[in-house]
Design a protein around this ligand. Structure first.
Ligand code: SF4
Length: 471
């Protein structure tokens, strides 16, 4: 039937049997949900703000090619070098070329999901470039050789005790401790040294302003600011959809992003990068590069049914509220972006043959849609993708790759019967008469559900009997 290269089901089943993992996710998600709610108790306020956020993002997308050109012109006039990358391979090669041009063998990185998406770390390391993650969560995962399980809090699946064990193993000079301040100070010491001695810093970007040629970076640890100011060269890597029209568009989006992501009115650091170090300035990189990554985004942009996906500001709220994600965690998805946004983005980016299996990772409860600060109709998009997956043809890559002829026949038969009331009634009566012989299992559907017991009498019979009795 379907080529299951992702093997989502197997990983999800494994995660479901991991009680510790489920406990970690449940507690962490409950905490994030509560923190967000503290800022959005007033439904009207959230509706107003999200309406504004959605309008800003929709307006930017409606002028995407034009805004990208304007952004490039502005950045170049500000002294920032712009590189365009059609896919992951081109983006990685571009970054490597810049590193080699500076004869460097080491880079220090801030948090960036796009670099995860293009597999930059693995690519650079196989070319003898050492990559050091400076975001605490990413740093922990790098020590463990693991991938992020959440787009905002990459190491959220790890408990304090697991991190303490890891640090005791990696830094034998410090005694075992679960004290968060001590663990953070240890990482900070290592990273501070690296900031001083590394010549190239890599970061992501949250928003790019076409009007002014400004790259905005939101963070809490200060490592983003250090990555973008201490090394001589700063390479920013981001997706083309992050552009907005004007500077005035940033505050509403920032207000939505921080409240939705971590329940903060504002993050500790908000960086605005508009140029390399200018004459007379005391700090800042001497060179700034921006690598604009397409990697399938143009195809999503060109598809009016799914263009809304690109409004995403990567806040993670849909993930935090997803009952499926909370139970299986981020690694089960096998994608860079897990949860509802990943369930939509990955099949659009990689095709339904590769990622169609993910579409079952939703109960369509609509919680994701309700909390999305830029009003992306995630549940509706998942439903539409399911239709593309099973339809004979469609306008998404590999549409129809999940089509099963048995299922298609069954539905055809059902619609034929349902369109003929007499036949339907006769079959229903037959089913009622032989209810004991109906199958009790419909694997895998009934693996975790009890098959409904067919009532003794149909609703029609009951109504008829009642009206006869009332006469
Ligand atoms: S889809 Fe919406 S809720 Fe989910 S990460 Fe993107 S902006 Fe946040």
């Amino acid at each position: 039937m379907v080529t299951k290269t992702v093997d989502f089901s197997a990983r999800a089943v494994e995660a479901l049997h991991n009680a510790r993992l489920r406990g970690s996710f449940r507690d962490a998600m409950d905490d994030l949900i509560r923190k967000r709610l503290d800022h959005f108790r007033d439904e009207t306020l959230f509706r107003e703000l999200s309406g504004e956020g959605a309008a800003i993002r929709a307006r930017a997308l409606s002028r995407l090619p034009e805004l990208l050109e304007q952004l490039e012109r502005k950045l170049v006039s500000n002294g920032i070098t712009v590189h365009w990358a059609e896919d992951a391979a081109q983006a990685n090669e571009t970054v490597l070329k810049i590193i080699r041009a500076h004869d460097s063998r080491r880079v220090i990185k801030g948090k960036s999901m796009v670099t995860e998406e293009i597999g930059l770390n693995d690519f650079l390391e196989t070319r003898n470039v050492e990559v050091l993650e400076s975001d605490l969560g990413e740093y922990i995962l790098q020590l463990l050789d693991e991938r992020p399980s959440h787009i905002v809090m990459p190491a959220i699946h790890k408990t304090k005790a697991q991190i303490a064990e890891l640090f005791a193993r990696k830094f034998p000079e410090i005694p075992y401790t679960e004290d968060v301040d001590t663990l953070t100070a240890t990482a900070r010491r290592v990273l501070r040294d690296a900031f001083r001695s590394t010549r190239i810093g890599i970061s992501g970007v949250n928003f790019m302003v076409a009007e002014t040629g400004t790259l905005c970076l939101v963070e809490n640890e200060g490592n983003g600011r250090m990555c973008t100011t201490i090394p001589d060269v700063h390479i920013a890597v981001t997706g083309i959809e992050k552009v907005v029209e004007k500077l005035a568009d940033v505050p509403p989006l920032l207000a939505l992003l921080t409240r939705s992501a971590t329940g903060q009115p504002i993050t500790t650091y908000f960086n605005m990068i508009s140029s390399p170090r200018r004459e007379g300035e005391k700090d800042g990189p001497k060179e700034v590069h921006l690598v604009l990554v397409d990697n399938g985004r143009s195809d999503i942009f060109a598809n009016p049914d799914f263009q809304e996906t690109l409004r995403c500001i990567r806040c993670g709220a849909c993930i935090n509220h997803c009952p499926v994600y909370t139970r299986i965690g981020g690694h089960s998805y096998g994608t860079t972006y897990p949860g509802p946004i990943g369930t939509v983005f990955a099949p659009l980016q990689d095709g339904l043959k590769e990622r169609g299996e993910l579409l079952s990772a939703s109960t369509l409860c609509n919680a994701c849609t309700e909390v999305c600060p830029v009003r992306i109709p995630l549940a509706g998009l998942i439903n539409r993708l399911r239709a593309e997956y099973a339809a004979p043809r469609g306008n998404v890559k590999d549409a129809g790759s999940g089509r099963s002829w048995k299922e298609a026949m069954a539905w055809k038969l059902w619609s034929a019967v349902y369109a003929r009331p007499r036949l339907y009634q006769r079959l229903l009566n037959w089913g009622l008469k032989h209810r004991d012989r109906l199958p009790r299992e419909l694997a895998p559907w009934s693996d975790s559900r009890a098959m409904p017991v067919i009532a003794e009498k149909s609703l029609h019979q009951l109504v008829r009997e009642k009206s006869e009795a009332d006469q």
